[in-house]
Design a protein. Structure first.
Length: 319
C-alpha cells in the first residue's frame, strides 16, 4: 500500500485535519520552505511588476509544459471542435500566463491585510448574495474551477462572508497544512473530502457560505452524462439534494484574475432554479460553467481531466 493510500484509509476512519509536525523542518522540506520565502517576498512586489515577471516566465515555458498542456489541448478540442489549432494555442498560452500571475501572487493572498486584499478585488453581481442573505437563506456558491478560485475564496472572507468548502488534501502534508492556514485565516472552514459531506453541510446550516466546485469528474457510478460545451461530461447530479439538506439557495460565481486592472474579479449570478430531475440539475450546472467560461476561457483550469469518464470507456488522456 502506498503512502497516499494509507493516508486515505486513515482519514476515512478517523477524520483528517492538517496539523504541524516537527518533521516539516527536515532538510528534505527545505526546498519547500525556500519557495514559500520567495512567494512571501513577492507579496510586497508591486503587482504590475510581478505580473510582468509572471507573463515572461509563462511565455518562455508554455511550450515546454508536457502533460498539462496535452490535457488542455484534448479538452479544448472536444469542447470547441470548430476552433483552429492557433485559437487553442492562444488560449492555452494565455491560460498559463494567468496561472503564473495567480501563483506568484499567492504570498500576497496568504499574508497581506484585509484592507489590501479588498482593494485588489471587485464584485460583479454582489446584490444576489446580499438579497439571499436578507431573505434569510443559507447559501451555496457554485464555483467552477477558475485559476483564482482560492484567492477569491480568501478575499470573500475579508468582506465578512466566511466560507466552508471541501477539498482534496495536498499530497505533501507541509504544503497542505500551510495552505489550509492561509485559506482559513479570516474565518471559514476547510473540510477534506475523505471526511464526507456532513461537516460541510453542517457549517452551511450555521451560516457559512458553502464553496462548492461542480466540475470534477468522479466517475460514471456517481454521475450522469449531460452536455458540456460541444461534448458531454460525467457530472455529479446531487446539487439540488445538497441545497435541500442545507436549506440553501445555490448562487453561481466565477473568479477571474484581471491583470489589466490588477483585480480579482468575482462574477455572481442570480440563484439557480434547480430541478428534482438529476439530469436537468446537472445540466443546469454545466450551463452556468459555459456562461462563465466562454468569454474568458483562459481563466478556466483546462488542465484537469474534466472529461475522463467516457460512455465507451475510452481513455482520452495520456498516462
Amino acid at each position: 500500500m502506498t503512502d497516499s493510500q494509507k493516508k486515505l484509509r486513515i482519514t476515512a476512519r478517523t477524520g483528517y485535519e492538517p496539523h504541524f509536525s516537527w518533521s516539516y523542518l527536515h532538510p528534505k522540506n527545505w526546498g519547500i520552505w525556500l519557495g514559500i520565502f520567495v512567494l512571501l517576498l513577492l507579496a510586497f512586489v508591486p503587482f504590475r511588476l510581478r505580473d510582468k515577471m509572471a507573463e515572461k516566465l509563462a511565455r518562455a515555458l508554455t511550450k515546454k509544459i508536457g502533460k498539462p498542456r496535452i490535457r488542455a489541448e484534448i479538452n479544448l478540442k472536444l469542447c470547441f471542435p470548430d476552433w483552429t489549432a492557433e485559437q487553442r494555442d492562444k488560449v492555452i498560452e494565455e491560460m498559463f500566463v494567468t496561472v503564473a500571475q495567480v501563483m506568484l501572487g499567492i504570498g500576497e493572498i496568504a499574508i497581506r491585510s484585509k484592507k489590501h486584499l479588498q482593494k485588489r478585488s471587485e464584485f460583479i453581481g454582489l446584490e444576489h448574495i446580499k438579497q439571499a442573505k436578507a431573505e434569510g437563506h443559507n447559501i451555496i456558491l457554485m464555483v467552477p474551477h477558475g485559476w483564482a478560485i482560492d484567492a477569491s475564496g480568501i478575499i470573500l472572507h475579508t468582506h465578512g462572508m466566511p466560507m466552508t468548502s471541501m477539498y482534496n488534501p495536498h499530497r505533501n502534508p507541509l504544503v497542505d497544512w500551510l495552505w489550509t492556514l492561509a485559506r482559513q485565516r479570516f474565518g471559514g472552514k476547510m473540510h477534506a473530502r475523505q471526511n464526507g459531506i456532513k461537516p460541510f453541510l453542517a457549517h452551511i446550516k450555521q451560516g457559512q457560505m458553502g464553496y462548492y466546485l461542480p466540475d470534477e469528474d468522479f466517475g460514471a457510478e456517481q454521475s450522469v452524462f449531460v452536455d458540456f460545451f460541444a461534448t458531454y461530461k460525467a457530472t455529479l447530479p446531487g446539487l439540488n439534494k445538497m441545497a435541500k439538506l442545507a436549506k440553501a439557495v445555490v448562487i453561481p460565481m466565477f473568479p477571474r484574475y484581471n491583470a489589466k486592472n490588477g483585480k480579482y474579479e468575482m462574477e455572481i449570478r442570480p440563484p439557480m432554479q434547480l430541478s428534482d430531475d438529476p439530469e436537468q440539475s446537472a445540466r443546469a450546472m454545466n450551463e452556468e460553467i459555459e456562461y462563465f467560461v466562454t468569454p474568458t476561457p483562459e481563466q478556466y483550469v483546462w488542465i484537469l481531466q474534466l472529461l475522463r469518464t467516457r460512455k465507451d470507456g475510452e481513455d482520452i488522456y495520456p498516462d
